[in-house]
Design a protein around this ligand. Structure first.
Ligand SMILES: [Zn+2]
Length: 284
């Protein structure tokens, strides 16, 4: 019989209790408690007072296919996205395909897309040493500013499996907002240090009704739904999706009347000011 583990709400999926089941459930419950703890501390609470549902589309690491296929699909619907760059990964091979080149990064900027920070070398926000992580943030900004002296990286996405508390604290103070995951939208009350996102990947790309459901829920709650993706390709990695899936999501969002904006622009329209960013990225 399925068991519920205390107040974590974790439901054991196993039909009979075995040692292996207990061990696997122990790790899942521990992970859930860890995530819950991080959600409760170092919070930068923001109450959305604008009664307009928003949707953002973001790409992490962004391989070439996100630039070649994802960006034009957004532009086709008059929208722009947020591309989280790790400058040290440009033009290298990765599990999501070859990462975009500096010229592709330039084309995104030229076409009006937003560029956000994802650390210089894709530091794991959960396990990274604080000093190493900070160096990676500074290095990413420096490399970006060398290429684009008039621009800055004002929004952030945690690489890999979300932040630990120390990383959440240092990044939260230095960016307009920081994005995580959790496969849900942001409601009226949100944490700017750890915004929710919904990944278009192996978990959702074959289930259009699930994606439409989360869009409908977000719109009904006047929420802010941030999609996240990696590659957009006919044969995507497990972290990406196909172009037709991506387009159907953009089309549905347009149909239900949510406003599509890059993440930093949503912040501005919601009144998240620069003053909420207590330190600049240089002040570590
Ligand atoms: Zn990443």
């Amino acid at each position: 019989m399925a068991a519920v583990f205390g107040r974590t709400g974790y439901v054991c999926p196993h039909k009979e209790t075995k040692v292996s089941c207990l061990i696997s459930c122990f790790y899942r419950v521990r992970d859930r408690l860890r995530r819950e703890g991080i959600r409760r501390f170092a919070v930068r609470r923001f109450v959305k007072s604008v009664s307009q549902p928003y949707v953002s589309f973001s790409f992490d690491d962004f391989p070439s296919t996100a630039v070649e296929n994802g960006a034009p699909l957004l532009e086709k619907y008059g929208a722009r996205g947020t591309f989280f760059v790790s400058m040290g990964l440009l033009d290298t091979e990765s599990p999501v395909g070859r990462i975009a080149t500096i010229d592709q990064l330039r084309s995104l900027v030229r076409d009006g897309h937003e560029i956000g920070c994802h650390t210089y070398d894709h530091q794991d926000a959960r396990f990274a040493d604080r000093a190493v992580f900070v160096r990676s943030l500074v290095e990413n900004r420096s490399a970006f500013r060398t290429a684009f002296p008039s621009l800055d990286l004002r929004v952030f996405a945690y690489p890999l499996d979300g932040p630990n508390l120390s990383i959440k604290l240092i990044t939260g103070q230095r960016f307009l907002c920081c994005r995580g995951g959790e496969q849900t939208f942001n409601g009226r009350v949100m944490d700017l240090n750890l915004l929710n996102a919904f990944f278009l990947d192996w978990r959702s790309r074959d289930d259009p009704s699930l994606v439409e459901w989360v869009i409908d829920q977000s719109v009904a709650a006047n929420g802010w739904l941030i999609f996240a993706c990696h590659d957009v390709a006919e044969e995507p990695s497990q972290y990406g999706c196909m172009p037709n899936v991506f387009e159907s999501v953009v089309r549905y969002v347009t149909k239900v009347g949510a406003r599509i904006r890059p993440i930093g622009e949503v912040c501005r329209e919601l009144g998240v000011g620069e003053e909420q960013r207590r330190k600049t990225i240089q002040e570590f």
